[in-house]
Design a binder for this molecule. Sequence first.
Ligand code: PGA
Length: 267
Amino acid sequence: MPRALPRPLVAGNWKMNGLKAARRELDGMVRGLAKGGRPACDVFVCPPATLIARLAEAARGSPIKIGGQDCHARPSGAHTGDVAAEMLADAGAKAVIVGHSERRHDHGETDAIVAGKVEAAWRAGLVAIVCVGETEAERDRGEAEAVVARSLAGSLPAGVEARNTVVAYEPVWAIGTGRTPTTDEIEAMHGLIRARLTARFGPGADGVRLLYGGSVKPDNAAAILALKDVNGALVGGASLKADSFLAILGVYARKPSLKKSAPKARR
Ligand code: PGA
């Protein structure tokens, strides 16, 4: 029997952007989704930790769920400035991004540290959105697939299932740059990630959503989201404004036949 496709997921990563007034954008997203009908995908918005409780309140009753952008591996203790997964859940989060390349780069997070955070997310009942991706130099050296496979293996602890984990492939050089891999390159990497998950975790991981992230915008979303083994997107800059995020979500409001005919643009 062919495997059922996982329900897509589009997650917005606001990074270190947003004061209280940013609730306006979330309100705009809620209104837009109410008007356009529920999209055929799950939707997360991951604001800075300071906004989680406020936005969880604003999103209540809508298709939008709120997520965090990082968590500490421990549930509490002497870790000044850190936020526990349990605290995110307590504030209303349902998911947390872990291992984003900006965390790996700015805070020296290793795959082992990321794996500890994934376990913390699960312990708190959160979905872990685990990011992996190669740098430009690694891709230029032909090492992209090896680097991603290694990082995936090290960042995922035992126990990955469709209900508790999402993997985001985010080439570091595509984040915030307006550049994206070719559709062939994205498909190849997602195929590799899918194969590795199945080999290691078995059929329980078949439904793990694989998101592409890195310069997803309204004008390239349809082509990217139509690719095999791409089950959604992790969106940075274009998730900050209701209009652009709704335009990306709109891809899942269209008929599947339209998505299939999306051009295989190379850029
Ligand atoms: P971008 O960021 O969409 O602004 O490139 C994506 C991400 O870092 O998650």
